[in-house]
Design a protein around this ligand. Structure first.
Ligand code: FAD
Length: 424
């Protein structure tokens, strides 16, 4: 330790200021639990990092009940249907109706992150930005510790919310490596829980002449294309590309041409696309750790599990992990309840595995050529039938709708304030 090294003591040290870390820190702080948050990137960087946009109903209810959703409720929009497009045939899936009137909120992740940082500041804490954690110590006697350049945080517990490549997942023992099945959670997809798909997605942010009214999932002989609402001027787009393809190969004219081909027949659901503002490649994989905890270290969000964006579940699961862990830590400090904290993995893992399986099934629906390139037309016809089954009122559509929109299970209620009235 250098002489300039600062040393602070708190109850819970949180590594990473994404949705998981910020929700956890806000809820703990409001319940009187001491927290310290460190974040590798600058505040400006995390507040402009555009990723998710579809927020589940139950997540919004949780944030609202904790007083963390004021701007989301004021500025977000609600969406309850999506279009399936299969080789030019359009099927509207009214998942809001099929789930009993429950709808998504559309609110860009970077705006939620911005709001949660402001909420945290208001509650008396500002994360240490531009300060990567370099090591965590959770074994042995004495307090746990997070080491950063120039700062050591001694604490009772470390919560790793630093994504899959952060330092906290590295502190787990090898037996917590990605999981290949849990009794009673249904069959794992081929290849176990560390799954690499035979295609990637090009991820784009593009200008639009008006807001996207509903998500479009287009399956075409040429490949998959997706259009997601974000704001009245910007849409998130996905384009299936060969696995390993480089972003540089996807010039704007080529992207526009492929979108035109794959979105033929989408009609009014796709506004006129303008300038492409951001292009990236998402290597399509999912990975779930066997354990989300080790001693006094707990992992939440992408640090514990990474799913493909097919069901738009990553950020939602991250907040659901944070909600469970916040509840368990508050019980620990209020009532000395260690057992509930110890049960964190066993409560969260089944839901994560179930979500992983459903997202994998949805991905299969959207990628016929990924599995059977020789039989593409027959596979497309089969996909159209499966889409029809979802879109028509019935058990299959209702089950999928509940999962997709996040109609349940409910997340822990606040310990601090009385629940507010639910959103109609
Ligand atoms: P992150 O948001 O990744 O936050 C982790 C933080 O930890 C980062 O700020 C990082 O800088 C910081 N960090 C890393 N290492 C360190 C260190 N050593 N020290 C300190 N800090 C560190 N999910 C949905 O639910 N719905 C969607 O519609 C959706 N769409 C998506 C679209 C795209 C293109 C992508 C890429 C993802 C999408 N997701 C979606 C997934 C979602 O964005 C992630 O699952 C979510 O960000 C996970 O939140 P998190 O807090 O666990 O991790």
């Amino acid at each position: 330790m250098t002489r300039a090294q600062r040393r602070v003591r708190t109850q819970v040290a949180v590594v990473g200021a994404g949705p998981a870390g910020l929700v956890l820190a806000n809820v703990l702080l409001r319940a009187g639990v001491g927290v310290a948050v460190v974040e590798r990137r600058s505040r400006a960087e995390v507040e402009r990092r555009a990723r998710a946009g579809l927020v589940e109903h139950r997540i919004v209810e949780y944030l609202r009940a904790h007083g963390l959703a004021d701007r989301l409720l004021a500025e977000g929009t609600r969406h309850g249907w999506c279009d399936f497009l299969c080789s030019g045939r359009l099927l509207r899936f009214d998942y809001g109706a099929q789930s009993g009137g429950v709808r998504h909120w559309v609110y860009p992740q970077q705006l939620l992150v911005r709001d949660l940082i402001a909420d945290l500041h208001e509650a008396g804490h500002t994360p240490e930005f531009s300060l990567p954690a370099t090591r965590v110590h959770v074994d042995g006697a004495g307090p746990a510790r997070v080491e950063c350049a120039g700062l050591d945080i001694d604490c009772d517990y470390v919560v790793g919310c630093d994504g899959p490549h952060g330092v906290t997942p590295q502190a787990l023992p090898p037996e917590a490596a990605p999981h290949d099945g849990l009794p009673g959670t249904g069959p794992a997809p081929p290849g176990g829980l560390d799954e690499r798909y035979p295609y990637d997605w090009l991820t784009l942010l593009a200008e639009v002449d008006r807001g996207v009214p509903g998500v479009v999932y287009a399956v075409h002989e040429d490949g998959f294309a997706g259009v997601m609402p974000r704001t009245s001027r910007i849409a998130r787009l996905y384009l299936e590309i060969p696995a390993g393809d480089a972003t540089a190969r996807w010039t704007a004219p080529r992207v526009h041409e492929r979108l035109r081909t794959r979105l033929v027949g989408a009609g009014a659901a796709v506004p006129r696309l303008g300038r492409i503002l951001e292009t990236g490649v998402l290597r399509m994989r999912s990975s779930v750790r066997r354990r989300f905890q080790h001693g006094r270290l707990f992992l939440a969000g992408d640090a514990a599990h990474v799913l493909t964006p097919s069901g738009a579940k990553g950020m939602n699961l991250a907040v659901a992990d944070a909600a469970d862990l916040a509840d368990a830590l508050i019980r620990r400090y209020r009532y000395g309840d260690e057992a509930h904290l110890d049960g964190y993995t066993s409560r969260r893992l089944p839901e994560v595995l179930r979500t992983r399986d459903l997202a994998a099934g949805f991905l299969d629906l959207l990628h016929p050529q990924g599995r059977h390139p020789a039989d593409r037309r027959a596979e497309l016809a089969l996909r159209l039938e499966r889409m029809r089954e979802l879109a028509e009122p019935g058990a299959a559509g209702a089950a999928f709708a509940h999962w997709y929109v996040g109609a349940g299970p409910e997340l822990p209620v606040p310990h601090t304030s009385a629940p507010r009235e639910p959103t109609p």
